[in-house]
Write a protein that binds this ligand. Structure first.
Ligand code: TYM
Length: 336
C-alpha cells in the first residue's frame, strides 16, 4: 500500500456501456468526476466486462463502449489529468476477480439487491457473471488502491462488499490492501425515472421515456419532459409525498445551480404546464455543449483510440503492481 502522504489522493470510478449515459449517470457520477479530477489522481474506466453480465449484441457493445468513453471526455473528463480506459484492456481485472472469488463467501453475493432485481427480470438467462459482478467491481477498485470511489446511491451496497473483500484479504494475508471510502454526494445521488418517481432513472428501464439521455436530440428531450409523470397539485415543492415533482425540481436545481429555496420560491405558484417548458429549455441548453463536443470527438478519427491506448498503458502499470503483490501474498509462484 503506497504510504506517500504528500502524493494526491486517488479516485476510481466507472460506468457500464449499456445503452447511453443518462442524466442520472451524469448528475450522480460523471459530473462529480469532472470536478474531482482537479483534486485527485483520477482513474475512470468503461466497464465493458460488467456489461457482458447480461446478454449483449457484439457490435452494439463495441459501439456503446466507444460512445461511453467519448461521453466521459465530452462531459469534461480531461485525459491530461485523468486516466480514461476500457476495463477489458487491462486483464489484471479478470485475474484479480478469480483470486477474490476464492476469498468471497457465496452468501455475501446472495445478499446483493441489484443481483436479485436483475435476476428476476432475466429469468433463465441469469449467468454466473451476473452473480459474480460485485467481485469484478471489487477487483476494478482495489487494483488501483483508491482512497475514494465516487458513485451514485445505488452503488453503496457494492462498495460495502468491496470494503469487506479488502478487509478479508487483509485479515487473511496481512494488511496490504487499502480499504477505500465511498463518496456519494448528497445532491443528484438518486435521480428518478420520469415515468415513476419511486424508481431510479436507469439504462435498463424498457421505456426510453423514463430517462433523459445525454445524447438525445432537443426535440426528444422536450417531448420526454412534456410527457413526464406529474401530479394534480397546484404549486411545486420539494416534497417526499410528491416524488415526481421533487425529482423534476431537483433536476432543475442541479442544472441551474440555484439553491433549493430559490427554486421553490420561483415555482411556488406554478403548475407543471408552465414549469415543464422552462425545465426543457434548461436541460437542452445544458446538454448542448456536451453533444457538440461529443460529435467533435466522435468525428476525429483516431483521437479516442489514442486516449484509450494511453489510458490502458497507464492503468496497466498501476494495476500490474498491485496484482503482483496480491499474487505473492496468496502464495502464487512468480513467473520465471
Ligand atoms: P452504472 O453504469 O449503472 O452507473 C454509472 C454511475 O452512475 C450512477 N447512477 C446514478 N446516479 C444517480 N441517479 C441515478 N438514477 C443513477 N443511475 C446510475 C451509478 O451509481 C454509478 O456511479 N457497477 C457500476 C459500475 C462499476 C463501478 C466499478 C463503479 C463497475 N466497476 C468500480 C465504481 C467503481 C454500475 O453498474 O454503474
Amino acid at each position: 500500500m503506497p504510504d506517500d502522504s504528500t502524493a494526491p489522493k486517488r479516485i476510481l470510478s466507472g460506468a457500464q456501456p449499456t445503452g447511453q449515459l443518462h442524466l442520472g449517470n451524469y448528475l450522480g457520477a460523471v459530473r462529480n468526476w469532472v470536478s474531482e479530477q482537479r483534486q485527485y489522481d483520477s482513474y475512470f474506466c468503461v466497464v465493458d466486462l460488467h456489461a457482458l453480465t447480461v446478454p449483449q449484441e457484439a457490435a452494439e457493445l463495441r459501439a456503446a463502449t466507444r460512445r461511453t468513453a467519448a461521453l466521459y471526455l465530452a462531459c469534461g473528463i480531461d485525459p491530461e489529468r485523468s486516466t480514461v480506459f476500457v476495463q477489458s484492456h487491462v486483464p489484471a481485472h479478470t485475474e484479480l476477480t478469480w483470486l477474490f472469488n476464492c476469498l468471497t463467501p457465496i452468501n455475501w453475493l446472495e445478499r446483493m439487491i441489484q443481483f436479485k432485481e436483475k435476476a428476476i427480470k432475466l429469468g433463465e438467462e441469469v449467468g454466473i457473471g451476473l452473480f459474480d459482478y460485485p467481485v469484478l467491481q471489487a477487483a476494478d477498485i482495489l487494483l488501483y488502491e483508491p482512497h475514494l470511489v465516487p458513485v451514485g446511491e445505488d452503488q453503496r451496497q457494492h462498495l460495502e462488499l468491496t470494503r469487506d473483500i479488502a478487509r478479508r484479504f487483509n485479515d487473511r494475508y496481512g494488511e496490504s490492501l487499502r480499504v477505500p471510502e465511498v463518496l456519494i454526494r448528497k445532491e443528484g445521488a438518486r435521480v428518478m425515472s420520469l415515468q415513476d418517481g419511486n424508481s431510479k432513472m436507469s439504462k435498463s428501464d424498457p421505456s426510453d421515456l423514463s430517462r433523459l439521455n445525454l445524447l438525445d436530440a432537443p426535440d426528444k428531450l422536450r417531448d420526454k419532459i412534456k410527457r413526464a409523470k406529474s401530479d394534480a397539485v397546484m404549486g411545486l415543492q420539494f416534497d417526499p409525498a410528491r416524488p415526481e415533482c421533487t425529482n423534476l425540481l431537483t433536476i432543475y436545481q442541479l442544472l441551474s445551480g440555484e439553491s433549493p429555496e430559490a427554486v421553490e420560491a420561483r415555482f411556488a405558484d406554478a403548475g407543471f404546464g408552465r414549469f415543464k417548458p422552462i425545465l426543457a429549455d434548461l436541460v437542452i441548453e445544458y446538454l448542448r455543449p456536451i453533444r457538440e463536443r461529443y460529435d467533435a470527438i466522435a468525428g476525429e478519427s483516431g483521437y479516442l483510440e489514442g486516449i484509450l491506448r494511453e489510458g490502458a498503458l497507464r492503468a496497466s502499470k498501476v494495476a500490474g503492481l498491485t496484482l503482483e503483490r496480491i499474487r505473492a501474498r496468496m502464495g502464487l509462484l512468480p513467473p520465471f
